[in-house]
Design a protein around this ligand. Sequence first.
Ligand code: G3H
Ligand code: 13P
Ligand code: ZN
Length: 334
Amino acid sequence: MVNYKDLGLVNTRDMFAKAIKGGYAIPAFNFNNMEQLQAIVKAAVETKSPVILQVSKGARNYANQTLLRYMAEGAVEYAKELGCEKPEIVLHLDHGDSFELCKSCVDMGFSSVMIDGSHLPYEENVALTKKVVEYAHQFDVTVEGELGVLAGVEDEVSAEHHTYTNPEEVIDFATRTGCDSLAISIGTSHGAYKFKPEQCHVDPATGRLVPPPLAFDVLDAVMEKLPGFHIVLHGSSSVPQEYVDMINQYGGKLEAAIGIPEDELRKAAKSAVCKINIDSDSRLAMTAAVRKVFAEKPAEFDPRKYLGPARDEMEKLYKHKILNVLGSDNKLSC
Ligand code: G3H
Ligand code: 13P
Ligand code: ZN
């Protein structure tokens, strides 16, 4: 049994309480490899932002849960080396799909876990989430639940269509499960294809496709039912058009990739939404940078020569999110 506090990690409780009060959101960035982790930590330290490092089931399969946990421990030390004496870093399980998986993460030093029972019948979601909360809280590990279904692929959970969170259920769910935060469905979804072009209209000024707005009425109703409760938004990548264009320019083939406009995320960050999940944008930044090097320097075969620029591009992206979208900068004393 490893306690996350011994690794220098923190849970989400105080972090979220401060975020709600301050009208900003904490970035939750997924990581699968060293370059992503370096970029996240550098961006967080240089902007003095708390940060959540997320490990998905896919990441565990790709990089190994034990290795990722030690990397997160290393991230704390790296942040200190970069000059932040008291970094606030959470190691979070993203989309945990069973009690056993959540328990194994709690036991090995994660400071926060998500149990995603959103695809289950309501009573089964309540029972599973409650079981995880009862276990995790013994070790002061915070738990995120989910109500409502996001469209798109959620790790191994896939849903064709989203079902918005029913605000009538949130009090019952939060009270009976004891979860610390709740992921809700208001129209975001995972991946780089969040909307079909036919759902969008063309902005006459830029010629870009503009997706339909998020269901802020659902968010408002949830906040009214559960004032001050910590809300989470998944599927919050914006799919920057410059990365899509760069990928296509250098031999990629991304067609009509559409994300959540940053204005909508800025608005969400000022509300009870205190955690915003971003993964796809980092994948796009990395792919765009790597493709550019491959196209411009075809003789290059030292991985540092293309993963280095990819890391720089991701760092730029993470800083942009922190400074210009989530507003979580300058919250640490380092
Ligand atoms: O919620 C999904 C995350 O983007 C993780 O995706 O399972 O491909 O690592 P992944
Ligand atoms: P994106 O695919 O929009 O980056 O969402 C990531 C996410 O929600 C991880 O849980
Ligand atoms: Zn997610």
